[in-house]
Unconditional design. Sequence first.
Length: 271
Amino acid sequence: MGAQQRAESQIFGEVAEGYHASRLGYPDELISDILDYAKPAGRPVVEVGAGTGKATVSFAARGLGLTCVEPDARMAEVLRRTVAGHPSVRVEVCTFEEWQPGGRRFGLLYAATSWHWTDPERRWDLAHAALAPGGAIALFWNGTTVVDPALHAALAEVDTGGHDLRPPHTVLASELDPEDGGERWTEAKGWPQAQCRRDGRFTDLLSTRHLRPQHYSTAHYLGYLDSISRYRVLPDELREQVLRRTGEVLDAHGGGIDMVAVTDAFRARAI
């Protein structure tokens, strides 16, 4: 991981509360599918890049012994509040690369919209070393797509300017393949299946996709954009300008945005 990517991975702490308020959680059926696949059977579980706990609470509610690895102390502060009612959750503030399992072997290692922030040269070694034989890795991401083509086109005009924002409203919902499960993403976009297969120490590779309708008010959606690293790294004046113009477009189209939330998930089992 380069220095710029490392810095971006820990920029979310600037807006930790807004991140927690604006980001989507994960489908309950996905959590059930992952646990049915992993069958940790009393073995501990570790989460890589837990953030403020958007996925953590769903796993913690199942009574799992859960270790959360989070590199940003500001995010970890919110995380501790999020899981305060779950005494089986342990929070460790460090990067995945710095984390020491301390002789523990885990039945499940998962990462929720965070695996792309880990070091691609080391992450599979670290994951395999942390897992018990037969333990599972589960990697999943939330994304969003726009329902209304006219709104999609209007937002695209705001996003021109060479800033490489790649906002959540880039893709039209009508362009989705409901059965894709991320498999046809290029490796450059972060889908882990090809890299995991080349690693050779994992089996039973599986990709799935979950779709959910989602409506954002203008204020909620702007808060979501403001929590995204590509927006956070913009100069303040430019970020405020882009958000203001985006808000004007949303208000002109009814005061919000209808989207389809896409959660793509990948699972594999350590040999």
